[in-house]
Design a protein around this ligand. Structure first.
Ligand code: ZN
Length: 246
């Protein structure tokens, strides 16, 4: 096998963007299963290097202990090594990378060099919808059961079904905290989206605000099928088929 997928097609680099509450984790899981390609997370790779105590791992530990950020150069090197592994031959999904425009430029150069085709998918959400979804969450401080005002309400408002405890809002789900997270995401991601708008011919914005995850996934599958990446992997959905397995 060389660096090509079935039917001599270029390998795929699927770059996934999505704000907090967009369901990015769920879509990523669906895609891994459907396409049969690995998901690559730079956070996992950094932790892996540290656990294995490699030279790179040791320098990452030093950098992090000093409270500094790992350089773009080092992250790019790790990604380049990782995607040269045999399980990435047909393609891979990038999660949490690139995180800066500098990383994105290096990535695109590298993909062109090895003949891999990128597809960029941005899960677009309406912030008001996300805020009401995330801030509607309640947790029981006694048993830890999670409730949601819209999708999984308790039988009696504000009271745990199991033990009658008064439900509380977690610190992470408070509106000002959620807003701050969304603003931070936007600040960091906006330059990247701008970059890919210019650099990639295969960038798609998919509405993930209100639809069920299965409907969002069906749209992503349709895009991938149209690009000829639908039968990349081991999934049992044939080319042109838009249905999802439940
Ligand atoms: Zn409870």
């Amino acid at each position: 096998m060389d660096q090509r997928g079935k039917n001599d097609r270029p390998a795929l680099a699927l770059i996934l963007f999505g704000s907090p509450g967009s369901g990015k984790g769920t879509q990523s899981k669906f895609l891994v299963e459907w396409l049969g390609i690995p998901q690559i997370s730079t956070g996992d790779m950094l932790r892996d290097q540290m656990r294995r105590g490699t030279e790179i791992g040791k320098s990452i530990s030093r950098i992090m202990k000093a409270g500094q950020l790992v350089s773009d150069e080092l992250v790019n090197k790790l990604v380049e090594d990782r995607i040269a592994q045999p399980d990435c031959k047909r393609g891979y999904i990038l999660d949490g990378y690139p995180r800066t425009s500098g990383q994105a430029e290096v990535l695109m150069e590298m993909l062109r060099r090895v003949g891999t085709e990128e597809v960029v998918i941005h899960l677009v959400v309406d912030y008001n919808v996300i805020i009401s979804r995330l801030t509607g969450r309640r947790v029981c401080p006694k048993c830890g059961t999670l409730y949601n005002a819209s999708s999984r309400p308790s039988l009696k408002d504000g009271i745990c079904d199991l033990d009658g405890e008064t439900l509380v809002v977690r610190e992470d789900d408070k509106e000002e905290v959620v807003r701050a997270r969304l603003e931070e995401y936007e600040r960091l991601t906006w330059p990247l989206l701008q970059f890919f708008e210019g650099a990639s011919e295969r960038m798609y914005h998919v509405d993930a605000s209100t639809r069920k995850p299965e409907a969002v996934f069906a749209e992503i599958q349709a895009r991938m099928n149209a690009l000829g990446f639908g039968d990349l992997g081991v999934g049992d959905s044939g080319v042109g088929e838009l249905g999802v397995r439940s």
